[in-house]
Design a protein around this ligand. Structure first.
Ligand code: MV4
Length: 447
C-alpha cells in the first residue's frame, strides 16, 4: 500500500480524500494556491506545499509545481480528485514517468474516452447500445446533411472533443444545418483546439442516468448501480439521487450489464462512470464515460455502504476488487450547495462566511470544506457543500433533506439553499417525475 499520497486538488474533494487516507493509515500531502492558505485541506493534511498563485492555471493546473511537490515530499502516489488534472492524459503520463502512481486512468484510457466519437465507436463495437448517427467523424457539412437525411431530423451535432454542452447543436431541419455546422465547429475549435464533429439522432426528452463501475488490474469489472442526474441547469448538475425514480429492477440489471460490458471492452482499471441517456420507453444509450471520481459519488456510497475513494486507492495499489455487483439497499439524494444567487441567474457569490450552522442528525451527511470566518475565493468553482440524506424510502430521504436544508445556515454569501427548498416542494419533482428538461420550466420565486 502507498505510504504517502499527494492530493492535487482543493475544497471538499481534497478533504474527502484526506479523510479516507487517514482511515487507511496513509500520510497525506496537500498542495495549495496562495488564495487557499487558510483552507481546511491544508490544515487536515500531514504536510502542505504552496504550488503557486491563485489562478488555477498557475497552481492546481501547474504540472511542474505539483510534480516537484510530490518529489520533495517523497509522495508515492497522486490523487487528482475531480476537475483540474483528473482527466489530463499528459499529467497521467508525467506521473508515470516520475514513478508516481496516478490514482486515475492511464493516458490511453483518458484520450480514448475523451474523444467522444472514438469512445462511441469503441462501445458500439463492444455491443453497448449507442444512438443512431454518423459512423465516426463527419467529413464536411455535406456529409452531415447526408447522414441527417438518412436517420431523420431532428439531429444533434456534437463536438468529438466536447462534453458539458460545448460545441453541441440541435438541428431541426436541413435548411439550418449550415449555420449550426459553422457555429459548432467554430466553438469547438476555439474551446478544444479540435473541431471534429459527429452527429446523431436527437432524443427529445431523455433522462441522464449513469452507472458507477469499478475495475481492477486483473480484468474484473463490476457495477455499483445508478445515479439519476437529470436535474441540471446549463449542464451543471444540481441534484443527484439513487435509486433513480425511473429505474426498475429489470432495467438496472440491463444497464448494469451494459456498463460492465463497456468497462471490460476497455479493460477499465479504477472507478469510473458510464453515462447513459434513457428515453421514455426505457431504451438506453451510451453517452460518455468518465474516468474520474465524480462530485456525486456520495449517493452511491450511502446506498451500497461502500467507500469509493478507498476502493480507488486499493485498485491503484493493485489490490483485486470483490467482483460482485452492488445494488441499493436504501435511498439517497444529494443537493449541491453553491455560492450562487438563485434569484439572480445563479450568479457566483463569493465572499466571507460570517455565520455558519451545519445540519446533522440521522441520515444526514455533509461533505464540505467551509467554516465560520472562511472566505470563499472567486477563482474556483462555487461548490461550498454537498448535503446528502439517506433513508429507507425516497420520500423519507426527501423529508430528511427538507429538514436538513432548513437547519443549514450560511450567512455572508448567497447560496442555492433556497432553490433546493423550493425544488423539494415541487409536486412533480417530489413524485420523481422529471427529465433533463425539468429545469427549463422550473422557476424560483422570492419567498
Ligand atoms: C444528447 C441529447 C439528446 N440527444 N444527445 C448534453 C451534454 C452532452 N454530454 C450530451 N448531452 C446531450 N446529448 C442526443 N443524441 C441531450 C443532451 C442533453 C443533456 C444530457 C444529459 C443531461 C442534461 C442534458 C441537457 C441538455 C441536453
Amino acid at each position: 500500500m502507498f505510504k504517502k499520497i499527494l492530493i492535487a486538488n482543493r475544497g471538499e474533494i481534497a478533504l474527502r480524500v484526506i479523510r479516507t487516507c487517514k482511515e487507511m493509515g496513509i500520510n497525506t500531502v496537500a498542495v495549495y494556491s496562495e488564495a487557499d492558505k487558510e483552507s481546511l485541506h491544508v490544515r487536515f493534511a500531514d504536510e502542505a506545499v504552496c504550488i503557486g498563485p491563485a489562478q488555477s492555471a498557475k497552481s492546481y493546473l501547474n504540472i511542474p509545481s505539483i510534480i516537484a511537490a510530490a518529489e520533495i515530499t517523497n509522495s508515492d502516489a497522486i490523487h487528482p480528485g475531480y476537475g483540474f488534472l483528473a482527466e489530463n492524459s499528459k499529467f497521467s503520463a508525467i506521473c508515470d514517468g516520475h514513478k508516481i502512481k496516478f490514482i486515475g486512468a492511464s493516458p490511453e484510457m483518458i484520450d480514448g474516452m475523451g474523444d467522444k466519437a472514438q469512445a462511441k465507436a469503441t462501445m458500439a463495437k463492444a455491443g453497448v447500445p449507442t444512438i443512431p448517427g454518423s459512423d465516426g467523424l463527419l467529413k464536411d457539412v455535406k456529409d452531415a446533411k447526408k447522414v441527417a437525411k438518412k436517420i431523420g431530423y431532428p439531429v444533434m451535432l456534437k463536438a468529438t472533443a466536447g462534453g458539458g454542452g460545448k460545441g453541441m447543436r440541435i438541428v431541426w431541419e436541413e435548411d439550418n444545418m449550415q449555420k449550426h455546422w459553422d457555429s459548432a465547429t467554430q466553438e469547438a475549435g476555439a474551446s478544444f483546439g479540435n473541431d471534429g464533429m459527429y452527429l446523431e439522432k436527437f432524443l427529445e426528452d431523455p433522462r441522464h442516468i449513469e452507472i458507477q463501475i469499478a475495475g481492477d488490474s486483473y480484468g474484473m469489472v463490476c457495477h455499483l448501480s445508478e445515479r439519476d442526474c437529470s436535474i441540471q441547469r446549463r449542464h451543471q448538475k444540481l441534484v443527484e439521487e439513487t435509486p433513480s425514480p425511473f429505474m426498475t429492477e429489470k432495467l438496472r440489471i440491463k444497464m448494469g450489464k451494459a456498463a460492465v460490458k463497456a468497462g471490460k471492452a476497455v479493460s477499465y482499471e479504477g472507478v469510473g462512470t458510464v453515462e447513459f441517456l434513457v428515453d421514455k420507453n426505457r431504451d438506453f444509450y451510451f453517452m460518455e464515460m468518465n474516468t474520474r471520481i465524480q462530485v456525486e459519488h456520495p449517493v452511491t456510497e450511502e446506498v451500497i455502504n461502500y467507500d469509493l475513494i478507498k476502493e480507488q486507492i486499493k485498485i491503484a495499489a493493485g489490490i483485486p476488487i470483490s467482483g460482485k455487483d452492488h445494488f441499493p439497499t436504501s435511498c439517497a439524494v444529494e443537493c449541491r450547495i453553491n455560492a450562487e444567487d438563485p434569484l439572480n441567474d445563479f450568479r457566483p457569490s463569493p465572499g466571507k462566511i460570517t455565520n455558519l450552522h451545519i445540519p446533522g442528525g440521522h441520515g444526514v451527511r455533509v461533505d464540505s470544506h467551509i467554516y465560520a470566518g472562511y472566505t470563499i475565493p472567486p477563482y474556483y468553482d462555487s461548490l461550498v457543500a454537498k448535503l446528502i440524506t439517506t433513508a429507507q424510502t425516497r420520500e423519507e430521504a426527501m423529508k430528511t433533506m427538507e429538514r436538513a436544508l432548513s437547519e443549514f445556515v450560511i450567512e455572508g454569501i448567497k447560496t442555492t439553499i433556497p432553490f433546493h427548498l423550493q425544488l423539494l416542494r415541487n409536486p412533480e419533482f417530489r413524485k420523481g417525475n422529471y427529465t433533463t428538461k425539468f429545469m427549463e420550466s422550473f422557476t424560483i420565486t422570492e419567498e
